[in-house]
Design a protein around this ligand. Sequence first.
Ligand code: CTP
Ligand code: CA
Length: 223
Amino acid sequence: VKSLFVKKDLVGRKILVTAGPTREPIDPVRYISNYSSGKMGYALAKAARDRGAEVILISGPTSIDPPIGVMFERVSTAEQMRDKVLQYFDEVDAVIMSAAVADYRPMNYSNVKIKKDDSEMTIRLSKNPDILKELGDKKGRQVLIGFAAETDNIVMNASKKIKEKNLDMIVINDVTQPGAGFEVDTNIVKIITKDGDIKDFPLMNKYDLSHAILDLAANLMVR
Ligand code: CTP
Ligand code: CA
């Protein structure tokens, strides 16, 4: 019902949102992943849709139903997410990377289930591609928005990411605060823009927060 009263300022815009974790397989029955639920990204996709944007949602494994009225692509690994994101990048006006992309993947995938023995076991990991950094390197008109979950030196760490990945803004989640972060329906964030401006937001539900993020993004998109 709320969505009926939303301003339609994103009509004619195409927005790519990534959501959820990625899953990096070890063998047919095991993987490495993280606690991302996908709630923030799905809320962003819905909010952008409600404002009239054409939305492409690229999602890692989550337990949430795909929102209606958005183009939905399901992926599993970071490499699959990267391929999908690159496939759409040229045609979009903005990318919001809320996915929690795994930084590493097992170096060797075993086609058969790994059996235990009595010794220790080690899994070697290789670095995954940094999707957002790749986008930053090739960006044209696109507005690029990153997310960061930080526990310490929050502003310094996030400012570094803005520069390194050539972002327009970054949404920082202080995961040490109750009500912020994984699995919950609310978030407490700071948003830093590339000019160095820092905005503090109170505890908000993820749909309302999505609109606040899109307000800033809308201002950055070229007419
Ligand atoms: N990101 C990405 N590809 C990766 C890792 C991260 O596109 N392989 C994106 C995330 O989706 C997020 C932003 O980069 O929007 C910041 O992610 P974060 O994990 O906070 O930063 P990293 O650069 O991975 O640095 P670190 O985990 O060491 O803090
Ligand atoms: Ca990371």
